[in-house]
Design a protein around this ligand. Structure first.
Ligand code: FUB
Length: 458
């Protein structure tokens, strides 16, 4: 049977379905987008978060889960609230700026460092980089200007910046507070202690700076995007300047009054492979909400004068900008969409798919099989019990079956075996493929197996 190229995309937002992924901070490095996020905990009633996560993609739709390289436990001075973060590369080292509640009961900004974008990271200082006794020290954003000067902006309610030294873990000069006026941020800051949730009620202005800054430069212009205020929830608003330290000029709302199902919004903007993207978060993953937020992405085009158009949220998300090679080892935790499975990590195996239930699947987009199709498929699996089946289909859940593997007990949920099968259909060209998780006489209930990587051979 010869399968034709029918690659179709339906929904890409939210881009990660296996866990919550709030406060997205994308970083482009050597042809790959690394996405640093927080980790909202299911079922909680506030932003009580304990760790941060990393994903990566070279095509913007298939995201590889790199697990959680840092948590509150990585910072001896941190007690609670692993809130928004951003990572940047300088001279081959990666500096991940985070904020957390300190043992002194305020918020502070720290920095972890690594030789790789996915870690391991260690606390660079063993103490906070920015600590002033204020609750406002949250949401760091960092940018290195063309002249090598790095800037760190941050702040909730108030906006601050410092000039970082070349070592990226210290700063020179004073912490500067950015003036908040109608001119700079569309409105004045809310009165102290009014509380974030009531912010919509206290500003008579069209907008204001609330939190979540994202600082960058493009075509000689500096941008400061931030969570502003719409009627009752946060908007994504922005200001521009000709200088890295302002004066800032308010430019309007990028995303506002969207049915995001989340009080907060928090975004990042990048250019990648010739396109511009807005990352933001919503509470639209099933079970989500203001305390269960997930990253979504929209593509946009800057206006000729460098301003940013209004952007609407979509379920469809964005189109791929690359293909995936199925003839090299592909981590199973690389996919565009998933259902009825989860992600875990171990010291021995790294990150893998777990809690696989019957009826679940992962979808991998834009798989390029080339002119000569595969003859063999293999997958690394661990199963403490038998009764699991892994099927590979093309183009849809009900598309033609390429191959399937009946999964035996491997000796334990952490005893991995590479299992192979012949490919029953001829598939060439570019396709989406679906890994379907099924049970033999197990129609619901218990988990079936763990899945670490796969590969096709010609
Ligand atoms: O995720 C916790 C906090 O909510 C962030 O630090 C803010 O930007 C808001 O998104």
């Amino acid at each position: 049977m010869q399968l034709l190229c029918v690659s179709g995309l339906i929904a890409q937002n939210p881009i990660i379905q296996t866990h919550y992924s709030p406060d997205p901070a994308p970083m482009v490095y050597k042809g790959t987008v690394y996405l640093y996020t927080g980790d909202d905990i299911p079922g909680f009633d506030f932003y009580y978060m304990t760790k941060w996560r990393v994903h990566s993609s070279s095509d913007m739709v298939n995201w590889t889960d790199h697990g959680s390289p840092i948590s509150l436990e990585s910072f001896s001075w941190a007690r609670d609230r692993a809130w928004a973060s951003q990572c940047i590369e300088r001279n081959g080292k990666f500096y991940w700026y985070i904020c957390a509640q300190t043992v002194q009961n305020n918020m502070a900004i720290g920095v972890a460092v690594s030789d790789k974008p996915t870690g391991p990271f260690i606390d660079a200082l063993g103490k906070p980089l920015i600590i002033t006794g204020s609750w406002s020290n949250i949401d760091p954003t960092v940018y290195i200007d063309d002249d090598g000067q790095a800037y760190l902006y941050w702040g909730n309610g108030s906006s601050y910046y410092v000039k970082l030294n070349k070592d990226m873990i210290s700063y020179s000069g004073d912490i500067v507070e950015v003036a908040q006026t109608v001119e700079t941020f569309g409105g004045v800051r809310r009165p102290k202690n009014s509380g974030a949730q009531s912010a919509g009620q206290v500003t008579p202005n069209k907008d204001m700076y609330v939190e979540g800054p994202w600082f960058y430069k493009r075509n000689g212009k500096y941008y400061l995007m931030y969570a502003g205020m719409s009627k009752s929830v946060e908007s994504l608003s922005y200001s521009m300047s000709d200088n890295p330290t302002g004066p800032w000029k308010y430019k309007g709302k990028i995303m506002t009054d969207q049915p995001t199902n989340s009080f907060t919004n928090h975004g990042g903007i990048i250019d990648f492979k010739g396109k511009s993207y807005l990352f933001y978060h919503t509470g639209l993953l099933p079970g989500g909400g203001s305390y269960g937020r997930s990253t979504a992405i929209e593509e946009f085009k800057y206006n000729p004068d460098g301003t940013i158009p209004a952007i609407l949220m979509t379920k469809a998300g964005i189109k791929p900008v690359g293909t995936l090679d199925p003839y090299i080892r592909v981590e199973a935790e690389t996919f565009a969409w998933s259902e009825k499975c989860s992600i875990d990590q171990s010291a021995a195996m790294g990150v893998f798919i777990t809690k696989i239930r019957t009826g679940g699947y992962v979808k991998v987009c834009e798989v390029e099989f080339g002119n000569t199709g595969p003859k063999k498929f293999s997958a690394a699996i661990a199963a403490g019990l038998d009764g699991g089946v892994l099927e590979v289909h093309v183009d849809s859940l009900k598309g033609s079956k390429l191959t399937s593997i009946e999964i035996p007990r491997t000796g334990g949920w952490d005893k991995w075996k590479q299992i192979s099968a012949t490919v029953d259909a001829t598939v060439t060209g570019r396709h989406d493929i679906y890994f379907l998780f099924k049970g033999q006489n197990i129609t619901a209930g218990r988990e079936l197996y763990n899945f670490d990587y796969w590969k096709f051979e010609r």
